[in-house]
Design a binder for this molecule. Structure first.
Ligand code: ZN
Length: 390
């Protein structure tokens, strides 16, 4: 059976295996050569996670032969046909909607369309981009297109884009999260005719427990470590999950030391009104009562390895995959994600009422079968070069 590209579940999860598609979407840890910290800068350059072998994908035509004209196509990124609009483009375009701050191809586009929060996060280091911004739920027009951005619940500023064209309602979104997190407004399904969405955790093994339950587990882990005089090291996405942990643990009174890449994002979160108390930038050796948060790409960094005694925990939706946890050799793993699990994803898609759904990445084949069984017409929307493997 064919599978979709096994891109990292959790867009922007640098811990996950990466394909070209996920690299295009994930913001790498920024490296500032002027920073002078007690770190081995070479380590910053490498994600040691090997990519999984690519699997062949179904040809688009197989899924769509004889169907009506498409609203979306893959053309150097996801393109709204017969328009100037791309969505999360991974090559330079005149205008691309950028759904959220994990996308680092922003600067290559002439102009971007995004929420002001997304723009603030992605320009935190460079500061320059020509952006069209709009708050959530405010309608605007671009030629024949009427558009509106709505919360996607994934990371701060993340948005779904509702496009109305010829009385047809089209929604493009990247990862969504319909559960409330500590830092982002949750996603609600937008009634539409056509939906583009990734199948990121589109397998039944990805079943996430209630967040409050996981929060308690994480707090208990941290307390246990500190009682044992070990430094708790939490490994979490640089944008999104890290800030949720900072809020959770900071508000519980723990003192945090976070890697500068996480700290820099948190600084913008704070400026945008998110409370993240009790945290400082990681430097040197943490004190006995401090909790460390590092991004996945740096989980084996020298400054972590040289801690006298530590316990490392992965915090990610990937923690639902026992094999994944085993391969990454952590002391503990907590299933906390900023992306919908399998059930939430299916429910979300069905609740939009869309009669046609384009799956843009992830477990496309598996989710397609489940959606078709519910009467939904499903297309795959992936890079053409991946089709040549077939
Ligand atoms: Zn993402």
């Amino acid at each position: 059976m064919n599978r979709g590209p096994k891109k990292s579940p959790e867009n922007g999860d640098l811990f996950a295996p990466r394909t070209d598609a996920s690299i295009a979407r994930d913001a790498p840890v920024r490296v500032d050569p002027d920073e002078d910290e007690d770190e081995d800068e070479d380590d910053l350059q490498h994600d040691e996670t090997p990519p999984l072998p690519r699997r062949p994908l179904p040809r688009e035509t197989e899924l769509s032969f004889g169907e009506p004209v498409r609203e979306f196509e893959y053309n150097g990124g996801i393109h709204l046909t017969d328009s100037i609009l791309w969505c999360d483009a991974d090559r330079r375009t005149d205008l691309s909607f950028i759904s959220h701050a994990h996308n680092d191809f922003i600067g290559k586009n002439r102009r971007i369309l995004a929420t002001d929060k997304t723009v603030r996060i992605i320009t935190r280091a460079s500061g320059k981009v020509e952006a069209l911004t709009s708050p959530y739920r405010r309608s605007f027009t671009l030629g024949p297109l009427t558009m509106e951005m709505h919360p996607a619940g994934h990371v701060l500023g993340s948005a779904q884009l509702l496009i109305t064209r010829n009385d047809k309602r089209l929604v493009y979104t990247s990862d969504i999260n319909p559960r409330q997190t500590a830092t982002a407004e949750r996603a609600k399904p937008i009634p539409c005719d056509t939906l583009v969405i990734p199948a990121t955790y589109g397998l039944p093994i990805y079943r996430f427990p209630p967040r409050e339950e996981v929060h308690q587990q994480i707090r208990a882990f941290v307390e246990r470590c500190l009682e044992d005089k070990a430094t708790p090291v939490l490994i979490a996405n640089q944008i999104g999950t890290s800030q949720e942990l900072m809020r959770l643990l900071g508000e519980a009174g723990f003192r945090l030391r976070v890697h500068r890449s996480i700290y820099d994002v948190a600084k913008v979160y704070r400026e945008l009104g998110v409370s993240l108390p009790g945290s400082r930038r990681f430097a040197g050796t943490p004190a006995r009562d401090e909790v460390v948060i590092f991004p996945p790409i740096l989980r084996k960094h020298a400054s972590i390895r040289k801690l006298r005694k530590s316990q490392t925990a992965l915090v990610s939706g990937n923690a639902a995959d026992q094999g994944y946890v085993f391969r990454h050799r952590v002391d503990a793993a907590f299933v906390l994600s900023d992306t919908a699990d399998y059930e939430d994803l299916i429910t979300f898609i069905i609740e939009t009422g869309a009669s046609e759904v384009y799956l843009s990445s992830g477990f496309i084949d598996e989710l397609s079968a489940d959606l078709r069984a519910r009467g939904v017409r499903v297309y795959s929307l992936v890079k053409p070069e991946q089709l040549s493997l077939f």
